[in-house]
Design a protein around this ligand. Structure first.
Ligand code: PLP
Length: 381
């Protein structure tokens, strides 16, 4: 059986998710906007899913806008806020954003928006003093990644919200990698906008949500029907939304013990890798991190080679590097953290899930030691 340690890329849909979706892919095909009973039966299920997703972040169901995923939620939040406040043309993000924010910010800059990227320290922690310095009268929005997809590092969202509130600026949190792994409570965290994605929490692909607090003004990206409070027109992806609801409910019910057991497996894995492989160094461990993510650099090795050998042995992980024009460039996240390129080039992201077992971690460690030995020709201790 292959060992899947790429859960930050996507997760296995829960059996309950798949079962709940099946009727909506077949017999329950009515349009939830139809007024007849058949349509209203489907509408009822969509509204139950909205309650389940709201429950994950302690939101009011009315504040949940279903979208096609994290990327669309992020685009709606950022473009929507900027379009609703045309007099303000300044966006603040960080240097370690997912491309859904990073590439959108680059596009907005081409369209004439002023974009500032706040730096992080060598542990991936956001420079809050710099963030506050960058805020001006012209700032429309601060959009930051809550838990980093490559390193798992969690930014201090409370402090970001405090700074924003002092200056009357809105905050959007990209919570795609944090929701379900740490408590995200929008009643305690005063960010008026927050993005979620179903397929990162054992739900289906093609469903996400944007949390939009109360009367936060947003201009939609697309125009059409009156669905989703006029903010996301178009007939809903009902099967995926229903699956998302179940996944959100299960994630909310996970409980601190399960989260701690994932963290324990991850910490144990990191300790054993560093003990067995002298050229291994875990990246971004000083700050707070989500329980499942481990980014490990292997000095002077190429991530691609490690990944291929691991994959041949049935172990699936990801690179902390992006392949551009045939060569593996260290990821912008590791570069922003100032990680030595010799380490960053060989950075592998292992991301666990609630299904990861101790036996899988033992097997991964054994294979990893062999792979690194083979690639480096070095003797491990
Ligand atoms: N934001 C973060 C932090 C992510 O990790 C991802 C996906 O990898 C996204 C946004 C995009 O989400 P989706 O794949 O649902 O569009």
């Amino acid at each position: 059986m292959p060992i899947y340690l790429d859960n930050n890329a996507s997760t296995r849909p829960l059996d309950g998710v798949v079962e709940a979706m099946k009727p909506l892919l077949g017999a329950e095909y009515a349009n939830p906007s139809s007024l007849h009973r058949f349509g209203q039966q489907v509408r009822y299920k969509v509204e139950c899913a909205r309650e389940q997703v709201a429950g994950l972040i302690n939101a009011d169901p009315k504040e949940i806008i279903f979208t096609s995923g994290g990327t669309e939620s992020i685009n709606l939040a950022i473009r929507g806020v900027l379009a609703a406040q045309p007099a303000k043309r300044h966006l603040i993000t960080s240097a370690v954003e997912h491309s859904a924010v990073g590439r959108l910010a680059a596009q907005l800059a081409r369209e004439g928006c002023r974009v500032d990227e706040v730096r992080v320290d060598c542990e991936g922690r956001l420079d809050l003093a710099e963030l506050e310095e960058k805020v001006t009268e012209d700032t429309a929005l601060i959009s930051v990644i809550h838990a980093n997809n490559e390193t798992g590092v969690i930014i201090d969202a409370e402090r970001v919200c405090e700074i924003a509130a002092r200056h009357g600026v809105r905050v959007h949190l990209d919570a795609v990698q944090s929701a379900g792994k740490v408590a995200v409570n929008v009643r305690e965290l005063p960010a008026p906008l927050l993005s979620l994605s179903a397929h990162k929490i054992h739900g289906p692909k093609g469903a996400g949500a944007l949390y939009v607090r109360g009367r936060t003004r947003l201009t939609p990206l697309t125009f059409g029907g009156r669905q989703e409070r006029d903010l996301r027109p178009g007939t809903e992806n009902v099967p995926a939304i229903i699956g998302f609801g179940i996944a959100a409910e299960e994630a909310a019910a996970l409980g601190p013990e399960r989260i701690d057991s994932i963290r324990h497996l991850r910490d144990d894995f990191e300790a054993r890798v560093q003990a067995a492989i002298s050229i291994a160094k875990v990246i971004g461990t000083e700050g707070e991190r989500v329980c499942n993510t481990s980014n490990i650099g292997f000095e002077r090795l190429q991530a691609e080679a490690i990944l291929i050998l691991l994959s041949e042995r049935g172990i699936y992980a990801s690179a902390g590097a992006a392949c551009s024009s045939g060569s593996l460039e260290p990821s912008h996240v590791l570069r922003a953290m100032g990680i030595d390129p010799q380490l960053a080039h060989g950075a592998i992201r292992f991301s666990l899930s609630r299904f990861t077992t101790e036996a899988e971690i033992d097997q991964t460690l054994a294979v990893l030691v062999e792979v690194i030995e083979r690639l480096s020709g070095m003797v491990t201790t």
